[in-house]
Write a protein that binds this ligand. Sequence first.
Ligand SMILES: Nc1nc2c(ncn2[C@@H]2O[C@H](COP(=O)(O)OP(=O)(O)O)[C@@H](O)[C@H]2O)c(=O)[nH]1
Ligand SMILES: [Mg+2]
Length: 197
Amino acid sequence: MEFLCCYSQPKVLQETPISVAVVGDSGCGKTSLIYRFSRDRLPQASEMVSANLDTDRLDIVHSGRQIKLTLYDTSGSEEDAKVRALTYNQCDVIILCFPVDSPEALTNVITEWSPEVKFLNKGKPFILVGTKVDLRETAPKALGSMTEFVSQSKGKKAAKEIGASTYLECTVVGVDGRNKTKRIFGSAIRDGLKFSR
Ligand SMILES: Nc1nc2c(ncn2[C@@H]2O[C@H](COP(=O)(O)OP(=O)(O)O)[C@@H](O)[C@H]2O)c(=O)[nH]1
Ligand SMILES: [Mg+2]
């Protein structure tokens, strides 16, 4: 007698893999951004040492979808450009960072980073992120501070000029840091999903 199996297969939740690379000048806050988001803490000094192809893997839910997220930390140094090229190859979306307390870093974004990202990343989306915005509040209070800041409107203008999908600002400090870093990675995942569809 033929036996008809009436058990249905257990539903396997389909995971969408998205890989995000974070690039920018050394010291702009890449490792801090990744730690704040993926571990909800800031890196210790020993963890901030120049990383390249350091990866974090997370399972998260984004807009009701199960996402297998891979985060690539990179080194901003000239010598590590070849290793960064491998990272660009593996990722779906890039977060390009500069600290808002450094107009020179924004110049580097325009003259160095955006050509590298566009050349090696071949049409994949990237977002521009102004980091360390808490310094806009705290640094001017430091006696004799001469820091020149990049304004939000200058950041937006630069993002448009280099073809970034959006401009966002963040800090890793305090509760604001948690919300702002979530917003950055949420935006990157949205772009990554559009691209990988
Ligand atoms: N005030 C402030 N400092 C930050 C922020 N993010 C990073 N830093 C500091 O900037 C320095 C470089 O950060 P790091 O994450 O190692 O930069 P990376 O070289 O780009 O990975 C460290 O001293 C961090 O504590 C931020 O949002 N606000
Ligand atoms: Mg780092």
